[in-house]
Design a protein around this ligand. Structure first.
Ligand SMILES: C[S@@+](CC[C@H](N)C(=O)[O-])C[C@H]1O[C@@H](n2cnc3c(N)ncnc32)[C@H](O)[C@@H]1O
Length: 261
């Protein structure tokens, strides 16, 4: 097989269809958090039966579609139009009416100001450019919630560093076959600095006897539950609870900081 290696800068997508496949491959299989989102959604409905849920950083719809499938009204917000387009296609196929908005989480500006719950799963709040970005998101979310509603932010705080380049084994790859194309993604390093968690993945696309390898890098801002609670207070939110999501064989555990408007 011919092998080409190139570096893809953080956040860039090599081709539209592939952007959705990588998202599904690297995020779509995660399910350990779903019980908590279902519980919070049910509580929001009990408090206000007509309340809508705002899913921030909704991606291709892992959480949005699951909650909409249980009869909740959902607005899916994401910066990436390709992922939202996949989400809309999936919702249409499942017969689910979902509102979607392509918008930066740090500048939420929606007509509806009475959401009954805002969720920001899978560490998306750690992608917002540090404390300033998180505060902008929290203030915006606060303005869009009804009084007493919750905003639930999943964060990862405990990550073990490793580096396959220095002999560490690392996790096994996640793979997917789409049409005749094999996609494979393998985390090859987690590197910690005082401010950031840098996650490196090797992505391989194999099609018709050719193989293309690229490096994908995601950098998460480091933040603790206590810091997020303090930022919430500055945004007019009070701490309601900190919930734990257990680690699985494939995914690290996380904390969900739940703030009340
Ligand atoms: C880790 S994925 C989570 C996807 C989905 N919520 C899930 O749990 O499967 C992070 C998502 O946040 C989106 N995102 C990153 N920065 C954003 C921003 N500033 N505003 C809105 N969405 C953002 C990305 O496009 C991506 O879909």
């Amino acid at each position: 097989m011919d092998v080409t290696v190139d570096d893809v800068p953080p956040g860039s997508a090599t081709e539209p269809a592939a952007a959705v496949v990588w998202h599904d491959l690297e995020c779509g299989g995660y399910g350990a958090d779903m019980e908590l989102w279902r519980e919070l959604a049910a509580d929001a409905r009990a408090a206000a039966p007509s309340a809508s849920i705002l899913d921030v950083g909704a991606g291709s719809g892992r959480v949005t579609l699951a909650l909409a499938g249980r009869g909740h009204a959902l607005t899916a917000l994401d910066l990436d139009p390709l992922l939202l387009s996949a989400l809309r296609e999936r919702a249409a196929r499942a017969g689910l009416a979902i509102e979607s908005v392509c918008m930066d989480a740090r500048r939420i500006a929606l007509e509806r100001r009475d959401f009954g719950l805002c969720v920001i799963p899978m560490q998306t709040i750690q992608l917002l450019g540090g404390a300033e970005g998180r505060l902008a998101f929290l203030r915006g979310a606060r303005e869009h919630l009804r009084a007493g509603a919750l905003v639930a932010c999943a964060i990862v705080t405990e990550l073990e560093p490793f580096d396959c380049a220095t002999g560490d084994v690392g996790p096994s790859p996640e793979t997917m076959l789409v049409g005749g194309t094999h996609y494979s993604s393998r985390a090859t390093a987690v590197k910690l600095t005082p401010q950031l968690v840098r996650i490196e993945r090797q992505r391989t696309v194999a099609r018709a006897g050719e193989q293309r390898i690229s490096l994908n890098v995601i950098e998460l801002d480091r933040v603790s539950a206590a810091e997020l609670a303090r930022e919430g207070r500055r945004a007019g939110l009070t701490l309601h609870a900190v919930r734990e999501i257990e680690a699985t064989d494939e995914h690290v555990g996380s904390e969900v900081v739940v703030l009340r408007a």
